[in-house]
Design a protein around this ligand. Structure first.
Ligand code: NAD
Ligand code: UDP
Length: 430
């Protein structure tokens, strides 16, 4: 399947054809379709009705695959799904999308911890396309090799299985420190491990930044504001966090990670950046990680009840992944060492959000000529302990310091994500 010819309009109604920007003396724009070719592609599914599909010889499979990819196979690994045996065959990539050829003065050695996770893998795509040398450190607790396997074998790329709770030595110029489970079910699965990752992992990575004089960016979170008494939340707000509740391993973990970061800045002169990320969604989000966007889309696509926790009046603000990556790259390269909120101000009650997701799933199904037997229902389940009542970023600082603001509407991002999950379901991997 060729990359989907989706037309995406930004908040002002203009078409989005590139992501990234040309500021701070460097150009980090990337065509959206190149990125899409990395995540919206589908595996080629051997047709079930083909006689002896299992017996197709290599050459026949090659030509079937070429037909399927419509000439775009150049940038795609070959992964062929066999429904009869529910198995998949991979062919190692020998061609990669073109990456920028940077002069040595501009080419950076960049370490991305948690680079096989949802956010990390999108950051890796960008940094690779921009021509940098990228090393991913990941223990694959919530991430997966499949999110970055399209770069394995590229001379600019290294994937290392490593738990950041243990020290790690490497020479590098920039560290994007993302490693930490982010969904409530995952970070509560082993609370002590989450705190160790936040504290010891961040300590190890800051030690590395100190030794190598690398610039260090940590992905902090809106959770540092807890259940906020101030709305919207600006970076000046110190937060309202329960230090002993089930969310504390993550919230307090990130708070102490920020404390460590500024400790290393004050004491050792480490060059630091702190991104406070608000709820972000997009392709490659683990469909079963329990977060609201993945839950709602998968439930609606499968025709199951959509589970709203509590009365659904709690609010969240949702940002699309490409906006976040723009913000992270801008922050890393700008001259702003204070914490910066990166999020989208479009705020929804969770009840409204469930309806929006249901509408979008129905629209995509209609466009694809699918008519579900019945409309999915929205049902209510108990609200988890300490679930924050409201959340919306004040992004004034991001605009003043980085000239960054979100471009994607929630609707546009959701449409793309629905198509992504739909493709994964068609191939049998969801
Ligand atoms: P994710 O769970 O998809 O990715 C986290 C990655 O870190 C995974 O690949 C996981 O295997 C790896 N990891 C976890 N513990 C590790 C350890 N001890 N050693 C090495 N690797 C480890 O989550 P995500 O949504 O991609 O989040 C990435 C970062 O962004 C996290 O730090 C998270 O706190 C932050 N963040 C995300 C959001 C969001 O909405 N996605 C919001 C706020 C903050
Ligand atoms: N939520 C929900 N149904 C779900 C999953 C989550 O109603 O299936 C709610 C959850 O209680 C919270 C909001 O959606 O109020 C966002 O939850 P998520 O786990 O995505 O992230 P959080 O912002 O709480 O870390």
């Amino acid at each position: 399947m060729a990359p989907s010819p989706l037309k995406t309009l930004d908040k002002d109604g203009s078409e989005i054809t590139t992501v990234g920007f040309n500021r701070f003396g460097f150009d980090c724009e990337v065509p959206l379709n190149t990125l899409r070719s990395l995540y919206l592609r589908s595996h080629y599914v051997v047709p079930t009705d083909a006689a002896n599909a299992q017996d197709l010889d290599e050459e026949a499979l090659e030509s079937e695959h070429a037909r399927f990819t419509g000439g775009n196979e150049l940038y795609q690994s070959k992964s062929i799904y066999h429904p009869e045996t529910h198995s998949i065959s991979y062919t190692t990539l020998s061609r990669f999308p073109p990456v920028k050829l940077l002069p040595p003065t501009q080419r950076k050695r960049i370490l991305v911890t948690g680079g096989a996770g949802f956010v990390g893998s999108h950051l890796v795509d960008r940094l690779m396309l921009l021509g940098h040398d990228v090393t991913v450190l990941d223990n694959f607790f919530t991430g997966s090799k499949t999110t970055v396997n399209h770069w394995v074998g590229h001379p600019n790329f290294e994937l290392v299985r490593h738990d950041i709770v243990q020290p790690f030595m490497i020479e590098c110029d920039q560290i994007y420190h993302l490693a930490c489970p982010a969904s409530p079910p995952h970070y509560q699965f082993n609370a002590v491990k989450t705190i160790k990752t936040s504290f010891m992992g961040t300590l190890n990575m800051l030690g590395l930044a100190k030794r190598t004089k690398a610039r260090f960016l940590i992905s902090s979170t809106s959770e540092v504001y807890g259940d906020p008494e101030v709305h919207p939340q600006s970076e000046e707000y110190w937060g309202h966090v329960n230090p002993i509740g089930p969310r504390a391993c993550y919230d307090e973990g990130k708070r102490v990670a920020e404390t460590l970061t500024y400790g290393f800045q004050r004491q050792d002169g480490v060059d630091v950046r702190v991104a406070r990320i608000f709820n972000t969604y997009g392709p490659r989000m683990n469909p079963y990680d329990g977060r609201v966007v993945s839950n709602f889309i998968v439930q609606a696509l499968k025709g199951e009840d959509m589970t709203v926790y509590g009365d659904g009046n709690q609010t969240r603000s949702f940002q699309y992944i490409h906006d976040l990556i723009d913000g992270l790259i801008a922050l890393m390269n700008a001259n702003e060492s204070r914490p910066v909120n990166i999020g989208n101000g479009e705020e929804f009650t969770i009840g409204e959000f469930a309806e929006l997701v249901r509408d979008i799933v129905e629209k995509v199904q209609e466009e694809d000529g699918v008519k579900p037997a019945r409309r999915v229902q929205i049902v209510h389940k108990p609200i988890p302990t300490d679930d924050p009542q409201k959340r919306r970023p004040d992004t004034t600082r991001a605009w003043e310091s980085l000239q960054w603001k979100p471009r994607w509407t929630v609707r546009m991002g959701l449409e793309e994500m629905v198509r992504y999950y739909k493709a994964r379901m068609a191939e049998g991997s969801i």
